[in-house]
Design a protein around this ligand. Structure first.
Ligand SMILES: O=C(O)CCC(=O)C(=O)O
Length: 212
C-alpha cells in the first residue's frame, strides 16, 4: 500500500493540486484545505439537512446503512447506484455556496466543470464507513469529474486498483477538497474505511455531473 500521509492526523499543508496521487490508470488531485468554515458548515448541515439511511444491495442482499445520506441536485434528476434509484431533493443554499466555491477553485486550476448534483454522506462515527465501490454509473458518462469535500472528523480514504490490487490511501481532513477524474472510476475502487479510533462524525459532499 502507498500511504501518502502515514500520520492520519497530520495537517495537510498546501499540497500541489497538479500532482496525481494515483500511480496509473486515473487522476486524483488533492487541493488541500479549501473551506475555512468547515466546523460551522459541519454543524449547520447536520442540523438543517433531511438525513436518511441509505439502502445498499450487494451480492443480492439489501442492507440499511448507519451512514446517512442526502441526494441533492437540479430538479427532477434521479440517480441509480448500488441497485437503487434515488430522487434528488432541492439544493440547500449552503450546499450551493460550497458548490460555487469548489467550481471556482477547480476553474482556477484549469479543471473547468460545473456540477448538477451532490451526494452528501454523514458518518456518525468512525464505525460507519463505505465499502470499496466505483462511481461508474452510466448517468455520469465515461470519465466523470467528481469533487469530494470533507467536513468533521478526519477519515482515511483508500483506493484499490481493480486488476493489480495496489492500494493508495490518504487522510481526508475537515475543509479538504480532492478531485477524482480521468479513468479513475473505470480502474479503481474507493472506500472510507471503518475505524474504532474516531468517535466523531464526518460529512462528505461529492459533487457530480449527471447527464440528462
Ligand atoms: O465519504 C466520502 O468521502 C466518500 C463518498 C463516496 O465514496 C461516494 O459518495 O461515492
Amino acid at each position: 500500500m502507498t500511504d501518502l500521509f502515514p500520520d492520519l492526523f497530520a495537517e495537510v499543508i498546501s499540497p500541489d493540486p497538479t500532482a496525481n496521487l494515483l500511480p496509473y490508470d486515473g487522476i486524483v488531485n488533492d487541493f488541500g484545505t479549501v473551506l475555512d468554515d468547515a466546523e460551522y458548515l459541519y454543524q449547520a448541515l447536520l442540523q438543517e439537512l433531511p438525513w436518511q439511511a441509505d439502502v445498499v444491495t450487494l451480492f443480492g442482499k439489501t442492507h440499511v446503512t448507519t451512514r446517512k445520506i442526502v441526494w441533492m441536485g437540479d430538479a427532477k434528476r434521479s440517480y441509480h447506484y448500488s441497485g437503487h434509484t434515488r430522487q434528488s431533493t432541492v439544493w440547500h443554499p449552503k450546499v450551493v455556496h460550497i458548490k460555487q466555491r469548489i467550481e471556482h477553485r477547480l476553474a482556477k486550476a484549469g479543471v473547468a466543470t460545473t456540477f448538477n448534483s451532490c451526494l452528501l454522506n454523514w458518518y456518525p462515527t468512525g464505525m460507519d464507513g463505505m465499502g470499496y465501490h466505483a462511481d461508474d454509473e452510466r448517468e455520469m458518462g465515461m470519465n466523470p469529474v467528481i469533487a469530494s469535500v470533507s467536513l468533521g472528523a478526519t477519515r482515511k480514504f483508500a483506493f484499490k486498483h481493480n486488476v493489480t490490487k495496489e492500494t493508495v490511501a490518504l487522510p481526508l481532513h475537515a475543509g479538504q477538497l480532492i478531485v477524482m477524474r480521468g479513468e479513475t472510476q473505470r480502474h479503481w475502487k474507493h472506500s472510507i474505511t471503518k475505524t474504532k479510533k474516531v468517535p466523531d462524525g464526518r460529512i462528505s459532499l461529492t459533487f457530480r455531473k449527471i447527464m440528462t
